[in-house]
Design a protein around this ligand. Sequence first.
Ligand SMILES: Nc1ncnc2c1ncn2[C@@H]1O[C@H](COP(=O)(O)OP(=O)(O)O)[C@@H](O)[C@H]1O
Ligand SMILES: [Mg+2]
Length: 433
Amino acid sequence: MFDHRDLARLQAQSLKMQGWIRQQTYSPDLEKSLRRFSSWEVAELIFKVNQSTLRGRLAADPSLPQGLVEPEGRQRWYSLDEINELRRRLKVNRKSLMPMRPAGARALRAAIANFKGGAGKSTVALHFAHAAALDGYRVLAVDFDPQATLSHSMGLSDVAEEYTVWGIMARDLIQETERTNAVPRGAESGTALPHRELPNAITDMGLADLRPADFIKPTCWPTIDLIPSCANAAFVEFASAQYRHLNPEWSFFAAVDRYLDAIPAEAYDFILFDCPPAIGYQSMNAVFAADMLYIPSGPGYWEYDSTTSFIGQLSEALEDLNRIQNVPAGTVTLPKRFRDVRFLLTRFEPNNALHRAMYTAFQKVFGDRVCTNQIEMTRAVEQSGRFLSSIYEIDYRDMTRETWRRARLTFDGAYEEFRDNAVSVWSELEAAA
Ligand SMILES: Nc1ncnc2c1ncn2[C@@H]1O[C@H](COP(=O)(O)OP(=O)(O)O)[C@@H](O)[C@H]1O
Ligand SMILES: [Mg+2]
C-alpha cells in the first residue's frame, strides 16, 4: 500500500536525480550559456550573404566586431551581441540587415496551443524564439505550462510561483477588484456592481506592488526574455476557480492581456506563448492575449483527431466568454478575434506515406490555414531534448553536419513562414495602436 508519504519519498529521490542531470547538461556554474556562431553561420544562415562578402566588409572596417578566432581553425566566432551590432551597422547592396518591424506597433503575440501533450508546442516555441532572435528580433517568451519545459530549456529552473503567470493573474484579480470597487455606484453611473472583498491571504501576498518588469527574467540569449513557469504553479487552475468565486465580475481570461498591454509597445518584437496541454484558466489567458493562434499537430491519425477536438472545445470556451455577466464596461472586447490561425505539422517524415496522406487530409479540411512548411522529425532534436537545447544552440561540430543542417533547415522553413504570416498582420496592429 502507498500513501502520500510514499509519493513524497519517491519525489525526493527524483529531485536528487534532477539536480544531477542539470549538472551534466549545463556549464559548470550550473548556468546555461549561449555559444558563439561561426562566420559561415553568420554570413550564410543568419545574414544570408556570401561568406566572402562578409569577410571583405569586416576587413575593410576594423571597428566592426571581429569575433574570436578558434585555436586551430580559420573561422571566426561571434556572440549574438556582436552579430546584432553587425546587423545594425552593415548594409549589403544598400539594404539594411535589420528585420522588418512596423514602427510604433506593439509586439506581435502568438499562442502555440493544442491539447495533446507531445504535439511539439514547447519545441516549436523554443525554436521560433531562437530563430527570431537570430533574425534580429527581440523576443519575450511566456511559459503558461506548469510542466515548465520551455523554462527549463531556457535555463530557468529555480522559479518562485509568484513570478509565473499565476502571479500575474492574482495581481490582476487584486487590481481589477480595486478598480471595480472604485467605480461610482448608483443612478448616475448606471452600474450596480457589488463591492467585493478579497481575503487577506490574497491581498497580503505583495503582488499588487510588483511592476510588470518584475515578472520578466533574462535568459542566456541577450535578446530573449522569459516569464517562466514552475511545477508549483500547477495549482493555478484550482486557485483561479476560487478567485472567480471571490469576484464573479473579474474577467479572469484577460489578466495576461492587460498585463502585456502595460509593457512598453516597442520593448519586444515577438511575444510567444507556450501553452499547457489543456483548456483551462492559463490557456484561456494565452489564447485571449494572442494575435495569432499557431496549432502544432503530429502527423498521425490520432493527432488529427485530437487537434479536431481541440478547436471544437476552444471554440466553445471562447463562445462561453461572451456569456460572462457584469464584466465592467470597457475592460475587454468580446468576442475574441484572432488576426491569424494556422496549423503546423510537426515530427513529419517526408518518406512516410501515412504522414503525406495526413498532410493532404489537413489541407483538404483546413485549406490555406495549414502551414506549407512542416517541421520534420529529426534525431538532432530528440537528442537536443535531452540536452535541453534547440538546433540553433547545438554546435554543428557536435554531430554530422548534414544532420544538423537538415534539422536547422526544417525549423528555419517553419519559422520563416511564421515570420511572414506575422509581418502581414503586424501592420493591422500598427493601425490599431
Ligand atoms: N521535430 C521533431 N523531431 C523529433 N522530436 C521532436 C520534434 N518535435 C518535438 N519532438 C520531441 O517530442 C517530444 C514532445 O515535444 P514537446 O515540444 O515537448 O511537446 P508539447 O510541448 O506539445 O508537449 C519531445 O521529446 C521533443 O523532443
Ligand atoms: Mg510543452
